[in-house]
Each structure stands twice: as C-alpha cells, then as structure tokens.
Design a protein around this ligand. Structure first.
Ligand code: GLN
Length: 540
C-alpha cells in the first residue's frame, strides 16, 4: 500500500502547514501506519545550507547530514523518528538532478522541458522516501502559497500523481485563513474561495479544507465554505489559534481531520491513543517553579532561527516539571552594555551555534560572566567554541586567543579549521555534517546525563577545538568530557569546578523530541533549577 496526503496552503504564508503536516503524520503513525513526511521547498537553492536564518529560519540537519528546512525538525519532533535527506526537496535539487542527467546524455535528442522531465523527477523524488523507508502513507507538504510561480511544477506533478494513482490513493488537504472583520464581526470566506479557485485552475480539487480561525467557526460558515469550495461540510476542519504547536494534533483530531482523511483514502478505522501526548501537553502549563534561561545569540529577534533550541527547552521543561522562561538577549547588546546588566537575573545561559564574527565578543563576555558567577552554562557548537576562547583568554592568560574563523592572524587559534576542511572551497553541503559517534569520559556531567559511554550526535561545523592546546586546557582544569571515537576531535568540554558548564561541538537540539527530550537539555534545566539563587546576583 502506498497512499499520499498532499498539504497545500492558500491565502497567506506562515499559517502552519508544517504543523498540520506533522500532526497528520503523528495521527496516522499512532494508528499503526508506517508514515513518511516530506517537505518540498520551492526555492532554487539546492538545500537550505546556504540560506541565512534571517531569511529562512533555522537550518535543520538530518542524521545523514542534509541541511534542510526547519519543518523537517518539526516532523522529527512530532513523529519521534529520524528522517533522511530524501524527505526534503527543493527546486534547485530537482533541476540539478535533471541538468546532470541532460549533461551525461540521458535525454539525448529530446528537448528537456518542465513537463514531463521536471515533473517526472519531482514524482520520483516524492516516491523515494516511501521506497527507502517502506512507509505506507506519504505526507507531502508543498511549501509556499498556491498562486506562487515557484510552486507550479510541484502542484502539476502532484496533479499528475492524482490522475495516475487510484482515486483513493491521494488526498489533498488545503490550509487557508478565515479573517475576522472586527468592524462587522464577520468571519470572511472569500480569500479561501479564491485560493481554492486558484488550486482548481491548476487541476487540483481539495478534499479537505483546514481553516485557520481566531474565532470559533459557526456551522453557517462551514456550510458556505463547503458549498463554494465543493467539499463535504464534514471535511471543513476548524483550526483555531492554539497555545502551542503540540496542541494541534489533538485539536485537529477532535475536529475530524483524521476521520475525513481516513475515509477519503479508504483506510480502515483504527484505535488511536493520544493519551501520552495529551498528558505532556497538559504538563506544559502546570509547572510551578520557574527558571529563567538567557539565550545569547545574534538572531534573537527572530525566534524561528533557534526553533529547535526553543522546542528542546519545551520538551525538557515538561519532563522536569519546571516552567522554563527563555530570555533572548542580543550578543551585540552584551558587548555594548556589559554582561552584568543583561544577565544578572538569569538562572542559566545558553550560547547557540552560529557563523561569522558579528556579536562574538558579546558571547565571550557572557560566557565569562556566568563562568565566574557559577551560573549554569550550555554552549552549542559556536557556543562551545566561545567557552574555549574565553577560558584560554582569562584562565590560560592567552589574551589574544581566538578562533581562526574570526581572526586568521591570532597567535593562539584555540579553535582552528578542521583538517578535512583545509581544501574545501565550495560552500553548499561541505561542512562536517550529520551524525558522528563520540565516546564519553566517566565521571563527567555528560556521561551521567546520557547514561551511556557512546553517543551519536549531529554536527554542522568547519572549525574545531585545536588539539595542540588540549593539554594546557586540561592542566588548568577544563575537562575533555567527550571525543570522537579515534580520540582526535574534542566533542565536549566541561568545567568540573563549576555547577554546570558544558560545551558541545554538536547540536543536541536536533535530536530532542516531544516524547523523548534530550538528556543534556534535561540535565541543564535541572542544574538551572537547583543552583537558582534566592535573590538576584549582586553586580560585579
Ligand atoms: N562557525 C563555527 C564552525 O564552523 C560553528 C558552527 C556552528 O555553530 N554550527 O565551526
């Protein structure tokens, strides 16, 4: 069995197609189906690796090292499964594949065209993750908004699939917005009608309309949508504003989405147990004790740039029964105003990954402040590198220590280019990417948190802790808590003289899931809670 659920969006971008797709994936997985989730990004970029988090939000890295859109992260967090590179597709990837074929003469004599060559490649790539994973149901989210030029070849390809497959093997979910006009107190359906008209013009009739709405939908509005958009009224699914994305599967299920899709695909009705999911959703609001965790980064005004970190804290907070309040602090503001005024009230500090030297001195100052004040500190990738630089400057006395990413002429490159990166000139997909194993040293916070000696974590970096300095760091009290299996690459640094000071070269935020929070985030949240001062720290 191979069936496809296509999720399209109309009216506006940013309505939450990713959340709807992830929720559908979860709801069918919980019925015992093997489900594959796939995101189509209509950008010409070959992958998300070269897109700035400013433009496109976080770059999420898969186990097999693909740099993808943040929706892949959302899918993994919802269905609690690893997705491979095949679950992400861009226009650039499709054209790249077709053009490579053309150059080797695969279409010799033929005129290579959008239809059928590009659409054939899109269809092949839509089937690929199901073939790879043995999934029975493919949920495919088509990025962008219906009417965009970029998404046309993808919509044409799925229209062809609808015609090629038996009628009950495809199902089209269209997500739209129902604006509320406060002056006349009316919920308006016209934008939805227009977007469905646009979709029909491409040859796709939606089977269900998921309608985002601020206010509860009266039956009369559902009736109107059903009539004008030619869908059964039961297939008009109300999608209200919710406190979190994790509320969506429960709400969409209760509003009939699972039932209408199952009926459309002629799937047998199966039991579906959402109780564990619901228990965790309820626990999001019941914690009494609050910890404040500062996140010092350069994209703090755009929370989607660090979405996996934010979600990892949500998961850990539920598991630890703590209310985690995140405070987004600009690293440039720290450099200008000093760490003390901005960090005095936080119970913990997280320094996320990043590239380029903007804001770097602010991050280093922030790390110095929490190291000296014994405030728990968690450094991810660039954050770990900042912890090493700060320690080198302040404890080892190497005043000009730096990463060679920021200062090529530093006399003390405590962070230096990975050897394997020395000859790399191309940008896309060329970092040390994806999952690598590491061994943990016994007696460390990391070893204790993971509860095992070997771990597998995802990476995305070009620079590393410079092994030449390793001994000096260790003699001064910095512990190398984890290394690559051959012992050569430093993966984790820890400061045993501090309540919780852990820097990791990898990205634990990419493997935390709603139903299985990451052990290091849990341990960090616990440490923030237990070392929380009863009154604000005095200024230094
Ligand atoms: N810029 C650093 C490097 O390339 C850190 C990368 C990151 O934080 N993902 O090593």
């Amino acid at each position: 069995m191979q069936k496809f659920i296509f999720v399209t969006g109309g009216v506006l971008s940013g309505l939450g197609k990713g959340v709807v797709a992830a929720s559908i994936g979860l709801l069918f997985k919980l019925q015992g189906y093997r489900v594959s989730l796939q995101k189509i990004d209509p950008y010409v970029n070959v992958d998300a690796g070269t897109m700035s988090p400013y433009e496109h939000g976080e770059v999420f890295v898969t186990h097999d090292g693909k740099e993808t859109d943040l929706d892949i992260g959302r899918y993994e967090r919802f269905v609690n499964e690893r997705l491979s590179a095949a679950h992400y597709m861009t226009t650039g990837q499709v054209y790249w594949n077709v053009i490579r074929q053309e150059r080797i003469g695969a279409f010799l004599g033929k005129t290579v065209q959008v239809i059928p060559h590009i659409t054939d490649e899109i269809k092949r790539l839509i089937r690929k993750p199901l073939l790879e994973s043995g999934a029975e149901i493919g949920v495919v989210e088509i990025g962008g908004t219906v009417g965009d030029i970029e998404s046309l070849p993808f919509l044409e390809a799925v229209r062809q699939m609808k015609d090629e497959l038996p009628g009950d093997d495809t199902f089209f979910v269209h997500l739209t917005l129902l604006p509320h006009l406060s002056t006349s107190d009316e919920i308006k359906t016209k934008p939805t009608q227009h977007s469905v008209k646009e979709l029909r013009g491409i040859g796709i009739q939606p089977d269900a309309i998921v309608a985002r709405t601020e206010l509860p939908l009266p039956d009369s509005v559902k009736q109107k949508i059903a009539l004008f958009c030619d869908v059964p009224q039961d297939n008009v699914i109300e999608d209200p504003d919710l406190p979190s994305s994790y509320h969506a599967p429960i709400c969409l299920h209760e509003n009939g989405l699972t039932r209408c899709i199952a009926a459309g695909l002629r799937l047998e009705e199966r039991e579906l147990d959402l109780s564990e999911w619901a228990r965790r959703v309820d626990a999001m609001t019941t914690a009494a004790d609050r910890v404040r965790i500062g996140i010092v980064g350069k994209y703090v005004e755009l929370k989607d740039s660090y979405i996996s970190i934010r979600e990892s804290f949500t998961h850990a907070a539920i598991a630890e029964g703590v209310d985690v309040a995140l405070e987004w602090i600009s690293s440039e503001a720290i450099a200008e105003q000093g760490a003390d005024s901005l960090l005095r009230n936080v119970d913990g500090l997280l320094v996320p990954g990043g590239f380029g030297d903007r804001g770097i001195e602010g991050k280093i100052q922030a790390v110095g402040y929490v190291r000296k004040h014994q405030v728990p500190c968690f450094g991810l990738c660039l954050g770990m590198q900042c912890m090493a630089i700060e320690f080198a400057r302040d404890v080892l006395g190497l005043r000009s220590a730096n990463s060679s990413e920021f200062d090529l002429d530093t006399p003390d490159p405590v962070i230096a280019l990975l050897e394997e990166q020395e000859r790399v000139v191309q940008k896309g997909g060329t970092m040390r990417l994806g999952a690598y194993e590491a061994t943990l040293r016994s007696g460390t916070i990391s070893r204790e948190s993971y509860g095992q000696d070997h771990i597998v974590e995802r990476h995305r970096h070009r620079f590393e802790f410079n092994p030449t300095y390793r001994e000096r760091f260790e003699r001064a009290g910095m512990q190398i808590a984890g290394t690559s299996l051959d012992g050569k690459l430093v993966e984790i640094i820890e400061l045993p003289s501090h309540p919780w000071f852990v820097g990791v070269q990898f990205h634990p935020e990419f493997t935390s899931r709603f139903l299985s929070p990451h052990p290091l985030f849990r341990s960090f949240v616990r440490a923030c809670q237990s070392s929380k001062p009863s009154s604000p720290r005095s200024s230094s």
